[in-house]
Design a binder for this molecule. Structure first.
Ligand SMILES: [Zn+2]
Length: 136
């Protein structure tokens, strides 16, 4: 595995399972077992009904681009070889949104509402990043 020089995730107690499932190449999020609200990021208490009960449900990993930005400026030297790259808010099939990158296509081909699916990038022994690519 190539040495990874970019910032790594810094999981909280509530988000740690998310990253552990990513390592297994599964996109899971915390779902309230009382009202069904999907919490992203995970939290100890449901923001909708205040329940502390939850389970980590497997998502389809499919969704669409809600909005995006193409980054041309090098904010961090570790990303110098990556520009331009796309940062996007992905609206998953379950209605929840998450921030990620769009990969596997030309930057100019990315559009709002473009269907995408998750793809997992193993970056270190410990961490795997969920990214998204167009569904062709
Ligand atoms: Zn709830």
């Amino acid at each position: 595995m190539i040495k990874y020089n970019k910032p790594l995730p810094n999981p909280s107690l509530e988000s740690k399972p998310f990253w552990q499932y990513c390592k297994q190449h599964e996109l899971r999020m915390q779902k309230c077992t009382q009202c069904g609200h999907i919490r992203s990021p995970g939290s100890g208490i449901c923001p909708q009904c205040s329940s502390t009960d939850s389970e980590w449900v497997k998502l389809t990993g499919k969704g669409k681009v809600y909005t995006f930005s193409i980054v041309h400026y090098v904010y961090n030297k570790a990303f110098a070889d990556d520009v331009p790259y796309a940062v996007a808010s992905i609206e998953l099939d379950h209605g929840v949104r998450m921030l990620s990158n769009i990969i596997g296509c030309k930057m100019e081909d990315i559009t709002v509402d473009m269907p995408v699916e998750v793809v997992f990038e193993d970056i270190t022994e410990e961490y795997t990043l969920p990214k998204f690519r167009p569904i062709t």
